[in-house]
Design a protein around this ligand. Structure first.
Ligand SMILES: [Fe+2]
Ligand SMILES: [Fe+2]
Length: 260
């Protein structure tokens, strides 16, 4: 008997050390995520402002307060400043990682599905731009060459422009090639951060899910700080964008495409 619901909390752009960081937002988000009891927490980068050790220590303290046993953390462009990725590796391990987990759902022919996460570092030291890089394409293909599996890709930068974020400068340089490879691999979800604006695109049977900044007022216009709760059900994927400390959540609902 499957669990019939797999819940992922997605937070990003904590920006510890920033003058616009607000601890009240961070603590509310942590408490609410703990209450939601997600199966996995995904942290989509920019834990820090300038990659300094004390900023990473602060971010790690907050991340440690999340009780979820599986936390998948990628670095953002701010985490790469001042060689900050060395601190990132010290605290959170390799910048490229995979998790292959029980999913609790069954396909139409009755087989148990699994869920696989592939997380990458899309950053270039001291640049705001991102790239996955041709040298990683074979690895991605191998990692996603699994059957009967719900496939999730995680990076900091985004693959498609996010509305309300000005002129586009920070899509990964090789977005077209990466999108085609993800589609070819049958990827179901992509998690991104970076622009501090939550949004969901449905592209070629993939949902591209951007999270806002969870704990700062580095926001744009009327966009509020937020994080996402993503619920994968047998027939749907529901994305709830939640402002920490407030009851209201914006909901986006999509059909769940079958796994390959
Ligand atoms: Fe950011
Ligand atoms: Fe960023």
């Amino acid at each position: 008997m499957g669990i019939e619901l797999f819940r992922i909390a997605q937070i990003s752009d904590l920006h510890c050390g920033d003058s616009r960081f607000e601890e009240g937002l961070m603590l509310s988000a942590i408490q609410e995520i703990n209450e939601a009891e997600p199966n996995v927490v995904v942290v989509c980068g920019d834990l820090t402002t300038a990659g300094y050790l004390d900023e990473f220590e602060q971010a790690k303290n907050y991340i440690d307060m999340l009780r979820c046993p599986i936390k998948i953390i990628v670095a953002g462009n701010h985490d790469h400043r001042n060689l900050g990725y060395l601190h990132f590796e010290n605290m959170f391990g390799t910048r490229y990682k995979t998790y292959d987990l029980q999913f609790g759902m069954s396909s139409q022919d009755g087989l148990d599905e699994r869920i696989k996460f592939v997380a990458v570092d899309s950053c270039k030291p001291d640049l705001n731009d991102g790239e996955i890089g041709r040298e990683h394409y074979d690895w991605l293909k191998e990692e996603f060459a699994v059957e009967n599996t719900f496939k999730v890709f995680i990076l900091h930068h985004h693959l498609v422009s996010v509305p309300g974020t000005g002129r586009e400068r920070n899509i990964v340089w090789d977005a077209g090639d990466v999108l085609a490879r993800l589609r070819g691999a049958g990827v179901n979800l992509v998690f991104c951060g970076h622009k501090h604006v939550p949004y969901v695109w449905s592209v070629s049977n993939m949902l591209l899910i951007n999270s806002g900044t969870a704990s700062t007022y580095r926001t744009r216009g009327f966009t509020e700080p937020s994080y996402n709760i993503v619920e994968i059900l047998p027939g749907d994927v529901v994305v709830k964008t939640k402002v920490p400390g407030e009851d209201f959540a914006q909901e986006w609902s999509f059909p769940r495409y079958p796994v390959f």
